[in-house]
Design a protein around this ligand. Structure first.
Ligand code: SF4
Ligand SMILES: [Zn+2]
Length: 412
């Protein structure tokens, strides 16, 4: 039997949790069952390209020198592009790290800007985190370890057993998860105290500038303080949010409010001014946004046909229940802001439609949604340019069908 220790891969998110684990490992390897030189340990960072600069600076200043002194391997990885077939890029792989890359070839903004969206969540899963962090690290680990078993260290806190249990469902004969903070019974206060004592700083949360989570997790004040420290970054997120809202009024960053609302309430004029400067200087577009809404499944359908209904009968759809929606976005005019707003006015006059301005976003509705489904809505809206045209195959035919007679049995 070989004496070679099983490899240990430490997922370092740059935040307090995984940083506390790292410092514990570095300070006392043997106490954690590791070899004294930590030769089996690799620290991996997956870069979304959107981390707050203060977190990056602290990690660079306090942790990289420790890793370099102990010659612990640090790997920095990122997505190679929008598609999984673009693979991952190893930005750095060294035992003497002295800097953290700010971004890779494909950052989260590169994805959100052209689609006019903000980070999406589905079934409580953070899709961006899976795509820009989890998947990237998994690819690296698969290439590095192959069929060899490794211990995967993740910084779930003592009170995050639920997250650990969910993660544990992805354990395999090769990937063996290890949650040291849960083993040590370290919750947030203990972790922050440890880092404060060790480095003399209150370690900030690590997350993307446009992440909706800090507010959801009741860290609004700290988040707004960061927006005051980095007004230009806050302005860039405001732009992402306002483009998303232009294309879908329900797409505010937070379920119960917008970043714009919070920034205004906070009196962050530096961020608002930077946002306004950007809006005035950038190219604008008039977008045609159309949506088709299908009728949702009826109670009868769910009872009789179970979880999926491929061949709906006459009672399978409920005309008062909203089902799936399809969206088409198309740039129909470009220019500076004034020119695009003038174009909207001219279109409104031509179509005899109103011009509606809400929260600084101007729309010209040309097809209003009714009370029942299937239904359709369409409007022109002015917003900064950059959202790419997108519609699924068959959208135009479906639009024509729904706007001409609205057949109830249409399904997505
Ligand atoms: S920090 Fe937030 S926005 Fe960034 S990848 Fe994670 S969930 Fe998504
Ligand atoms: Zn059915």
């Amino acid at each position: 039997m070989s004496d070679t220790p099983i490899p240990v891969l430490v997922s370092w998110g740059l935040g307090a949790d995984s940083t506390a684990i790292l410092t514990q490992f570095l300070d006392d390897p043997a106490g954690h069952g590791l070899t004294p030189d930590l030769s089996e340990c690799t620290v991996i960072v997956a870069l979304t390209g959107e981390e707050w600069p203060d977190t990056m600076d602290l990690a660079e200043r306090h942790i990289l020198p420790l890793l370099a002194r102990r010659r612990v391997r640090l790997v920095q990885v990122a997505r190679g592009g929008p598609s999984d077939t673009d693979g991952i890029v190893v930005l750095s792989d060294t035992r003497t790290p002295d800097r953290l890359h700010r971004r890779g070839p494909w950052a989260l903004t590169d994805e959100l800007g052209p689609t006019g969206t903000v980070p999406q969540f589905a079934a409580k899963r953070r899709l961006c985190s899976i795509k820009f962090k989890g998947w990237v690290m998994d690819q690296w680990a698969a290439a590095e370890y192959g069929a060899q078993a490794y211990r995967h260290v993740i910084g779930y806190e003592a009170n995050e057993a639920g997250r650990a249990e969910r993660d544990y469902t992805y354990a395999s004969p090769t990937r063996r998860p290890w949650y040291p903070l849960i083993d040590w019974d370290w919750a947030r206060p203990r972790i922050l105290d440890h880092l404060l004592e060790r480095f003399g700083v209150v370690w900030p949360k690590s997350y993307c500038t446009m992440c909706p989570y800090p507010v959801a997790r009741a860290s609004l004040n700290a988040h707004l303080a960061r927006c005051r420290t980095f007004p230009e970054l806050a302005a860039a997120v405001l732009r992402l949010e306002s483009n998303a809202v232009a294309l879908n009024p329900r797409s505010t960053l937070y379920r119960d409010g917008s970043l714009m609302g919070h920034i205004r309430a906070d009196g962050n004029t530096a961020a608002l001014d930077a946002y306004e400067r950007d809006q005035a200087a950038t190219d604008w577009a008039a977008y045609e946004v159309r949506r088709v809404f299908f009728a949702g499944r009826s109670d009868h359908c769910r009872t009789v046909h179970g979880t999926s209904c491929r061949r709906p009968g006459p009672w399978c759809r409920d005309p008062f229940r909203k089902g799936p929606a399809w969206r088409s976005v198309r740039t129909v005019h470009r220019g500076d802001r004034d020119a695009v707003l003038a174009h909207l006015e001219a279109e409104a006059a031509e179509m005899d439609a109103p011009t509606i301005s809400v929260n600084g976003i101007t729309r010209v509705p040309f097809h209003e949604r009714g009370e029942t489904y299937p239904g359709a809505e369409g409007y022109l809206v002015a917003a900064p340019a950059g959202v790419v045209d997108k519609a699924r195959d068959g959208f135009d035919a479906m639009w024509d069908k729904v706007t001409s007679f609205g057949a109830l049995d249409l399904i997505a």
